[in-house]
Design a protein around this ligand. Structure first.
Ligand code: NAD
Length: 485
């Protein structure tokens, strides 16, 4: 156990829990490796952090967006300059492979840079009036204090894509990371402070969802809440915030389909399905959890996929030869194993995997075999619920229409792919599929930072998408100005 406790940051100062509470941050590939110990703040501590953010709000809003943006760009340089250190921390703490961590850290720096430049482009609307001698335009204003609550699966990219637009728009922030991954989140907050962020503008708080999180969603001084995480907690936030005027953005789960038609490039479809299902150990909200395959090519696809999955190497992400790291925690691992048992009980056929890995290299971590089910039907739990682990369900479709129906027969609507060489089919899929992100001949995972991101149905809730310029709509309020002359 490390000798010291890592700090929170409130008002630019290192801060600890007033009641001495702490929690441990453990490496999921090696549970003897305690990565850090962080404070478990009390609700009172968080109330103080929100007060500090509120006190800093008018000063920060008075700085020009371009100058605010310069701090983000400088923080991006700090992250890029320490990329390897950030990536190794991320892998140690969350488990993903080093290649995946490097990509996430590099992307986080790009996000800061993108919104940094947006400081020069916080645009409004301008239009001709219906009356004479009148000029009409809009201006954007910050909201005030924003609560940002994030999950562990992209523990630096998601905080970056919320915090950066919030700050460049002139808001102050109270930010809580998931308790599995506080250290990489701390490193982001620290980089922003080292880049020159004034005290109190970004307050980094750690601790439990029911205490720290609950204060952040119910405190009346908070003007907006941006949350990414599970449907369950998302629904709770909706309930708690319903009676107030707080602005809420919820990015929740997914159960994403990849449709493979009979004219698809089969090698590519297999490769992309494997990447979508088992990349990031299947712990991505956009992970491919169902492949819906045209019956004419079902056998060929299944055979090729099996060969490819058998070659996946599972192990500690810090080892360069690994394709898939552990799942993040014991609770998550047991939950995934329970879904696998349910799949078998419901009559799906277990084609590959299904078990926890044992033996020298695996016994100290939460390693699961990549798991593939066939003969999955739409009524089964494994076809309906988000498993959030390395489990792929293969489903049969008699034709294109049935494939689209199956793709849509779920509560979620985050991302969806189709593999085909037929342009008409591809466009028909774009029109008919109920998903906020649609990909053609590309995996369901992997999104670009300068385009809007968010889902339909139960996957998202709120008035504005994340990322790209749409993020600016969430973090500002718009004032319409009538100027007569
Ligand atoms: P989670 O909902 O358990 O936790 C998310 C965050 O909420 C954590 O910081 C947690 O401490 C906090 N929290 C818990 N209870 C709270 C409460 N009552 N009030 C306020 N905050 C509370 O989710 P997780 O296990 O960290 O992440 C996995 C989930 O995130 C999956 O469902 C996944 O699909 C989803 N996710 C969605 C997206 C997206 O963009 N749609 C992206 C990544 C992950």
């Amino acid at each position: 156990m490390p000798g010291h406790i890592s700090p929170c940051i409130v008002g630019g100062e290192k801060t600890f829990s007033s009641d001495g509470g702490v929690f441990r941050d453990v490496n999921p590939a090696d549970i003897d490796d305690v990565v850090a110990v962080f404070p478990a703040l009390s609700r009172e501590d968080v109330r103080h952090a929100i007060d500090v953010a509120r006190d800093a709000a008018s000063g920060w809003a008075a700085i020009t967006p371009a100058d605010r943006g310069k701090i983000l760009v400088k923080a991006a340089e700090i992250i890029d300059g320490n990329l390897e250190d950030f990536a190794r921390t991320l892998t140690r703490e969350e488990g993903k492979t080093l290649a995946e961590s490097r990509a996430e850290v590099a992307r986080s720096a790009s996000i800061l840079r993108f919104y940094g430049v947006m400081g020069y482009r916080l645009r409004g609307e301008i239009t001709r009036s219906a009356e004479g001698r009148t000029h009409l335009f809009t201006v954007r204003e910050p909201l005030g204090v924003v609560s940002i609550i994030t999950p562990w699966n992209f523990p630096i990219a998601i905080p970056a894509w919320k915090i950066a637009p919030a700050l460049v728009c002139g808001n102050t922030v109270v930010f809580k990371p998931a308790s599995y991954t506080p250290l990489i989140a701390y490193m982001l907050a620290d980089a922003l402070h080292r880049a020159g962020l004034p005290p109190g503008v970004l307050n980094f708080v750690t601790g439990g969802g029911a205490s720290v999180g609950m204060e952040m969603i119910s405190n009346p001084k908070v003007a907006a809440i941006s949350f990414t995480g599970s449907l369950l907690v998302g629904e709770e936030i909706k309930r708690v915030s319903a009676a107030s005027n707080v602005r809420v953005q919820l990015e929740l789960g997914g159960k994403n389909p990849a449709v493979v038609l009979d004219d698809a490039d089969m090698e590519k479809a297999v490769e992309m399905a494997v990447r979508g299902a088992f990349g990031l150990t299947g712990q991505a909200c956009t992970a491919t959890s169902r492949v819906i395959v045209h019956e004419k090519v079902l056998d060929e696809f299944t055979e090729k996929l099996l060969l490819r999955v058998q070659r996946l190497r599972v192990g500690n992400g810090l080892d360069g030869n690994v394709d898939m790291g552990p799942v993040v925690g014991e609770k998550e691992m047991n939950n995934i194993l329970q879904y696998i048992r349910t799949g078998v009980e419901e009559g799906a056929r277990l084609l590959h995997g299904g078990e926890r890995l044992a033996g020298d290299t695996h016994s100290r971590g939460y390693f699961l075999q990549p798991t593939v089910f066939t003969d999955v039907t739409p009524d089964m739990k494994i076809a309906q619920e988000e498993i959030f682990g390395p489990v792929l369900a293969i489903m049969r479709a008699r034709n294109f229409d049935e494939a689209v129906d199956l793709a849509n027969k779920i509560e979620y609507g985050l991302s969806a792919s189709i593999f085909t060489r037929n342009l008409s089919r591809a466009f028909e899929f774009v029109e008919r599929v109920e998903a906020g992100v649609v990909k053609i001949n590309k995996p369901t995972t992997g999104i670009e930072l300068h385009m809007p991101f968010g889902g339909f149905k139960k996957s998202s809730w709120g008035m504005a998408k994340e990322q790209g310029e749409s993020a600016l709509d969430f973090y500002t309020r718009v004032k319409t100005v009538y100027l007569g002359y």
